[in-house]
Design a protein around this ligand. Structure first.
Ligand code: FES
Length: 146
């Protein structure tokens, strides 16, 4: 049976993050704790899920602010249910899909011309002769194309 109120050390170890990371997440309003009678931080077990989601989202390049906005849809006064997480997932799905698609395009185009204007690859004159793509916008216009 899992302990209902977890110490910061327990959460850090189980989640695979430093204690300072938990303090940082808490300062950013992503997770919450309370103090016991000994003035020590305590967490509900659900914090482990939140920290895991934060870490996974950060690996995908999602900013802490975006994560915070998504978490704003979760209840703070009770442990989020599957339905709460389903709701968050459906609201976050489009944004995450855009990121996934962009990462896939980066993976697929990284060894070829991305339309950035450098003309440094042999294929650039074929795909972007004379940097014709410059009039379509700034940055890697082929990579950024939706
Ligand atoms: S890779 Fe830069 S213009 Fe082709």
């Amino acid at each position: 049976m899992q302990e209902a109120n977890l110490s910061v050390g327990h959460v850090a170890k189980r989640a695979g993050v430093k204690v300072s990371t938990l303090h940082f997440y808490e300062d950013k309003g992503l997770i919450k704790s309370w103090r016991n009678t000994g003035n020590q931080r305590r967490y509900k077990p659900e914090v482990l899920r939140r920290v895991s989601v934060i870490k996974a989202a950060q690996k995908m390049g999602v900013s802490l602010e975006e994560i915070k906005q998504a978490f704003a849809n979760l209840p703070n006064n009770r442990t989020p249910t599957k339905e709460d997480w389903d709701k968050l997932a459906s609201q976050w799905r489009e944004s995450l899909n855009e990121r996934i698609n962009y990462m896939q395009r980066l993976r697929d185009l990284l060894s070829g011309c991305i339309g950035c204007g450098c003309l440094s690859l042999n294929s650039c004159p074929i795909y972007n002769p004379e940097d014709e793509l410059a009039n379509k916008g700034s940055g890697p216009v082929i990579l950024d194309k939706k």
